[in-house]
Design a protein. Structure first.
Length: 76
């Protein structure tokens, strides 16, 4: 019959054959996770240096004027 090592090899081959469709997706998500981890480690390292400004990319949002409830518009 089969020994433990032969059975393990067969199971690994079956897992690889079945996982071929998901392999590109898995590697893509692993790459994204690695990039996020690297960015977070860089941000934590930069947070230790108090003199450097922190830049966060995103959308610019206009502040509402607390007195009138309008959004930064002026009337002439």
């Amino acid at each position: 019959m089969f020994g433990l090592s032969e059975l393990a090899i067969i199971l690994i081959v079956v897992a690889v054959v079945l996982a071929v469709k998901k392999l590109p997706e898995l590697t893509r998500s692993a790459g994204k996770s690695a990039r996020i981890l690297k960015a977070e480690a860089r941000a934590a390292r930069d947070a230790d240096e108090p003199g450097t400004p922190r830049v966060i990319q995103g959308e610019t949002v206009e502040r509402e004027d607390p007195g009138t409830g309008t959004r930064g518009t002026t009337r002439a």
